[in-house]
Ligand binder design. Structure first.
Ligand SMILES: Nc1ncnc2c1ncn2[C@@H]1O[C@H](COP(=O)(O)OP(=O)(O)OP(=O)(O)O)[C@@H](O)[C@H]1O
Ligand SMILES: [Mg+2]
Length: 232
């Protein structure tokens, strides 16, 4: 299967001289759920930001399909991101003066196809909240709205950085379960960053980072259901 994303020899040295990534190469295949795992400070967010076009590597190349994004102009990259990439962060980042419906509509990209709004909001169990404002929602509900906003444009790739980091156990399990449902229902491809070993057990594939390099990269033969995760 042709990769949806490939990275070759990604290096990142920050201005203070810290060499966080030391030559990372990987490929992501379509309709997969990959967890990127590693201890705090090992460079997960840095790598995710480089793969999703938010940060430039010091050297190395990133391709979305055949398109090399590391050599794009800022305008070209902004266009590509708008149509091809979805992002979900730990702290939701919803716009407080817009309703749930308006927050989701912001994620629509004019030039790309959309997922069916009603089916998506029903699946995420937010269809009864569309006229409310973010401040009227629980953390779990806000994160599910952020997921809807990120996927409504049917992104080629959905990047999630500690997407359950601010949630309690029940809501975290629900978010992971719903992301798996979205993958299965709409064929999405998901790269999920976490330091939670239980979430890694639900993934198709696990990549671990250590000392700026990929330490392990393996397929889960029998992923567990997100509802069977044991929180610790
Ligand atoms: N803009 C920056 N300037 C300088 N150093 C940075 C910058 N961003 C990150 N770092 C450093 O790079 C290293 C990796 O940071 P990163 O945020 O990628 O880690 P992480 O694996 O996502 O950690 P966590 O699990 O805590 O989110 C850290 O030592 C951090 O201090
Ligand atoms: Mg991080």
């Amino acid at each position: 299967m042709k990769p949806i994303l490939s990275a070759n020899g990604i290096n990142k040295v920050f201005n203070n001289g810290e060499n966080v990534l030391k030559g990372i190469s990987l490929e992501i295949t379509p309709n997969s759920f990959t967890v990127l795992l590693g201890p705090s400070g090992c460079g997960k967010t840095t790598l995710l930001n480089i793969l999703s076009g938010l940060l430039k590597p010091s050297s190395g190349k990133v391709f979305w399909g055949k398109q090399e994004i590391t050599s794009c102009s800022p305008n070209q990259l902004a266009d590509l991101k708008r149509t091809h990439i979805g992002n979900i962060f730990q702290n939701y980042l919803l716009l407080n003066n817009l309703t749930v419906r308006e927050n989701i509509e912001i994620g629509m990209a004019p030039s790309s196809s959309s997922l069916p709004f009603n089916q998506l909001t029903k699946l995420l169990e937010i269809d009864h909240l569309l006229d409310k404002f973010p401040a009227q929602l629980s953390g779990g509900q806000q994160q599910r709205v952020a997921i809807a906003r990120a996927v409504i444009k049917k992104p080629d790739l959905l990047f999630c950085d500690e997407a359950t980091g601010a949630l309690d156990e029940a809501n975290s399990k629900k978010v992971v379960a719903l992301l798996q449902d979205l993958k299965n229902t709409f064929g999405l491809t998901i790269l999920f960053v976490t330091h939670n070993l239980q979430i890694a057990e639900t993934a198709d594939r696990v990549i671990t980072l250590k000392d700026g390099l990929i330490e392990q990269d393996y397929m889960n033969r029998n992923p567990i259901s997100s509802y069977d995760m044991k929180w610790g």
